[in-house]
Write a new protein. Structure first.
Length: 418
């Protein structure tokens, strides 16, 4: 892979054609089993099997649960990826696209069919793939797809490094072709044919890309997936030495010549043997230049840790898009009424805590999040988490590593989460 610096802090990444990675063309059931367990925690609970009395015309609890469940998943996707370019139907879970994806597994290759059948049996996973197509892959309809939301740009960069830019584009085109054919179908036979074409187009690498996009759309809802999370489906580093977990970007554009132009690249301490980029051009600037910190929601958390500040800003942007109010960045802890909260013991130091992110959900529940930048600070951050929880048991509290790994969570009794 080649790269060159462009004006205004942009980088152009060139992805020459490469032979397929045969180790990625097989996806086993064992590899996706942790994801299946994670998705199962989000599936809607069915209502009671026996009803002795029903009011004519009343909406069943199970139907209401399914509607609320899809609404929460949909809200999360839109807050992370931005508005869709394709029409978003009232219910994707009852759409022809949902059915076509489930039917497609019978046409997939032997090396991935068992894992695919298990994945596409999960309603939450299939819904997340539907949303991936409508919300993320829809951007590939443009002649030169542009991802301006940091979350989508970073995901595009990571997937391009892991699977190849051409391959990523081919997955997108297969998804969009399925959407177009399903929308045009008028008979079960036409729907089956569209499913068959999509299933036969999926190889192991393509399915890994699809699973990754679908899973990353719900990282806030899914508990920590063990053994390295979703990126364990790909090698930890590219042949050129880029460490996938360290890559981030503020924007990404796929240009007609097959290259990817990114800005705001932050590689930190990634290991890049033989590449000057990682050693001297962190954050896409020239050697010695200072990283540009977003201050949309308040002053920088700390100028010495741009990734921490970026995580806070991205989280607040997602919450604002999801309808949260009272957005607070690194400010003293308050409850849902805005009352200042202090440690219960008057001699405690510090006397109050400052959540990295704090907001009020549309249902009126206060939601606080802190991030751990350095594992050496984990003990201190856990103590802060417990102090915040003691100060406000009625709020949701979460503690994450910067890579999105959930460390600890408190959800008040009777509060729905997600």
């Amino acid at each position: 892979m080649g790269f060159r610096e462009l004006p205004e802090g942009h980088w152009q990444l060139l992805f020459p054609p490469q032979p397929p990675n045969l180790t990625l063309e097989v996806l086993s059931l064992a590899e996706v089993r942790p994801l299946l367990t994670a998705f199962s925690t989000l599936e809607p609970r069915s209502g009671p099997r026996l009803r002795l009395l029903e009011v004519p015309g009343a909406e069943h609890d199970s139907q209401r649960s399914a509607i609320d469940w899809e609404a929460r998943v949909r809200e999360e996707f839109l807050s992370r990826f931005g508005p869709p370019l394709l029409p978003l139907p009232e219910s994707l879970a009852s759409s022809r696209l949902f059915l076509a994806l489930q039917l497609s597994t019978r046409y997939m290759a032997d090396g991935i069919r068992e894992a695919a059948i298990a994945l596409f049996t999960s309603p939450v996973f299939v819904l997340s793939v539907c949303l991936s197509i409508v919300v993320y892959f829809s951007a590939w309809l443009m002649p030169e797809p542009l991802f301006s939301k940091a979350f989508a740009a970073t995901l595009t960069l990571r997937l391009a490094l892991a699977a190849g830019l051409v391959e990523l584009g081919q997955v997108a085109m297969a998804c969009l072709r399925l959407h177009q054919e399903v929308e045009a179908s008028s008979t079960p036979q036409e729907l089956e044919a569209a499913s068959a074409r999509f299933g036969k187009s999926m190889g192991g690498t393509y399915l890994r890309v699809l699973v990754t996009v679908a899973t990353f759309g719900l990282t806030r809802f899914i508990p920590q997936v063990p053994e390295g999370g979703i990126w364990r489906l790909f090698p930890p580093a590219t042949p050129q030495g880029f460490v996938l977990l360290e890559q981030s970007a503020s924007s990404a554009q796929v240009v007609a010549n097959g290259s990817l132009i990114v800005s705001g690249v932050a590689v930190g301490s990634a290991s890049c043997p033989g590449l000057v980029w990682c050693a001297t051009n962190a954050f896409g600037g020239s050697p010695g230049s200072a990283p540009r910190l977003s201050t949309r929601y308040g002053p920088p958390h700390t100028r010495k840790n741009p990734r921490h500040n970026a995580a806070i800003e991205d989280e607040l942007a997602a919450r604002e898009a999801a309808g949260h109010t009272d957005l607070r960045k690194n400010k003293p802890q308050v409850d849902e009424r805005g009352t200042r909260l202090f440690e219960q013991s008057p001699t405690a130091r510090p006397a109050f805590r400052r959540p990295d992110v704090s907001s009020i959900r549309p249902d009126g529940i206060r939601h606080n999040i802190n991030y751990v930048s350095n594992s050496r600070d984990l003990k201190r951050e856990l103590e802060a988490f417990e102090a915040m929880k003691r100060a406000d048991l009625d709020a949701i509290h979460e503690l994450y590593l910067l890579d999105g790994t959930l460390v600890r969570r408190h959800v008040p009794v009777g509060v729905q989460f997600p």
